[in-house]
Design a protein around this ligand. Structure first.
Ligand code: ARG
Length: 437
């Protein structure tokens, strides 16, 4: 069932038909396609290109198709080239010859372009909602666990931080991710409907009207660009990739922290899996999958960038390749946000283990050097003195604060009893991180 064929003598090969068909994946655009068509006929009638009665009949037919799809009385399947053909052929089947007037002053090129923009915009808002939920969970988790933990650089224990501070780092990343998506929406928010195949149409149509009807800020400026622009999808996939990169870093930390080597957290049973052979295992598969799926979203971005790079203006069928990759990237980021949210909501923090790890890691060494600086020593010299103290502590299996004043004075006479208060972990936090949260 094709929308073309007049100029052909022979049947299309079955292989080609199958190769060309996009219905199996663009069927998810049914709502946007029908809504776009409804706005189009409404405009055609307003502009006197169709009579009001014709416009109403077509709109009713379209509405009944939408209802039937939503109520699962009409399945999107069969021998159709794409969702646009599916809807149009169905419309003609329902309302007869009049249905053939729907495509007046329109091409599938501007039709698919407007469908994709509407879909991408709605889904981008859904991604934002999911980011918002995750932001809330992260904030609550941090606030409920404002406990001391080691902060790392080079994955070596570095300075004291709090679990809350660590979580708020991800909160900040996700706030930027949200801003990026909002800016993607702002840029894509123009309607390509009315661009025709590439050069507009001879009918006196009203692009402002359809743009407004479909909730866009305005019509696009240029027809050729309007039908062949896919950079908004690339932008969104790039924003999705950055979200995944952030989720993947967090996943990596959750995986490390849940290992017995760290033992800082425990991931709830709901988001863990077991081993088929080792009965003791509880694996952080949710986090590993998010980390793994990050590559998949990067792949979608690279794929679309590569598809688009050599295409001359305006529409070319290569562009049909935008859909599966975009849909997959979108589905993956949405699921990953939800799974991360569920995993964090049930996370248990092992405060005592975090604290022990702080004690064993000389995490007040920098502050001990700062103490000497406050007493007049140059920082580079203080660094050297504390380095020697750490070595001494390691050899004697002690923490810096466990040395008595006499031992300390052997390294520098500047040490006094106020040093203990200065290098106390909670006090170092008060002077450092607390100022930042
Ligand atoms: N399935 C096509 C796509 O996704 C719809 C546009 C078809 N346009 C055309 N000139 N054949 O790009």
């Amino acid at each position: 069932m094709k929308l073309w064929g007049g100029r052909f003598k022979n049947e299309e090969s079955k292989l080609m038909e199958d190769f060309n068909s996009s219905l199996s994946f663009d069927k998810r655009l049914y709502k946007e396609d029908i809504t776009g068509s409804m706005a189009h006929v409404k405009m055609l009638a307003k502009c006197g290109i169709l009579t009001e009665e014709e416009g109403n009949k077509i709109a009713e037919g379209l509405k009944s198709i939408l209802n039937d799809i939503e109520e699962e009385n009409l399945l999107i399947e069969g021998d159709y080239e794409d969702i646009h053909s599916f809807v149009e052929v169905n419309l003609i089947g329902r309302i007869g010859e009049l249905g053939k007037k729907l495509h007046t002053g329109r091409s599938r090129n501007d039709q698919v372009a407007v469908d994709m923009r509407m879909y991408a915009k709605a889904k981008a808002y859904e991604v934002i909602e999911n980011i918002d939920e995750l932001l809330n969970t992260i904030k609550t988790l941090g606030e409920n666990n404002n406990v001391i933990m080691p902060g790392y650089t080079h994955l070596q224990r570095a300075q004291v931080v709090t679990f809350k501070h660590h979580m708020i780092a991800y909160y900040s990343m996700l706030i930027r991710d949200k801003k990026r998506i909002l800016s993607d929406i702002e840029i894509l928010d123009e309607s390509p409907l009315g661009c025709g195949a590439l050069a507009g149409t001879t009918y006196n149509i009203d692009r402002e009207l359809t743009a407004k009807e479909l909730g866009f800020k305005k019509p696009v400026d240029n027809f050729m660009d309007g039908v062949s622009d896919r950079d908004y999808l690339i932008s969104l996939l790039s924003s999705f990739s950055i979200i995944m990169m952030h989720l993947s870093r967090l996943s990596e930390e959750l995986i490390l922290w849940s290992s017995k080597e760290f033992d800082f957290i425990s991931i709830s049973d709901e988001f863990s899996t077991g081993s088929s052979i080792m009965p003791q295992k509880k694996n952080p598969d949710a986090a590993e999958l998010i980390r793994g799926k990050t590559g998949r979203v990067y792949g979608a971005l690279m794929s679309l960038l590569t598809t688009m790079k050599g295409i001359p203006l305006a529409y070319n069928k290569d562009m049909q390749e935008d859909k599966e990759r975009f849909f997959d990237g979108l589905d993956t980021v949405l699921k990953s946000l939800k799974v991360m949210n569920g995993m964090l909501a049930g996370l248990k923090i092992k405060e005592a283990n975090m604290y022990n790890s702080v004690k064993k890691g000389f995490l007040n060494a920098t502050e001990a050097a700062d103490y000497l600086v406050n007493k007049g020593m140059a920082f580079r010299d203080a660094h050297g003195v504390i380095g020697s103290i750490v070595l001494y502590c390691e050899e004697n299996n002690k923490a810096i604060e466990e040395l008595n004043l006499e031992e300390m004075k052997k390294f520098s006479i500047l040490f006094d009893k106020d040093v203990y208060e200065f290098i106390d972990y909670k006090n170092t936090l008060k002077r450092g991180i607390k100022k930042n949260i």
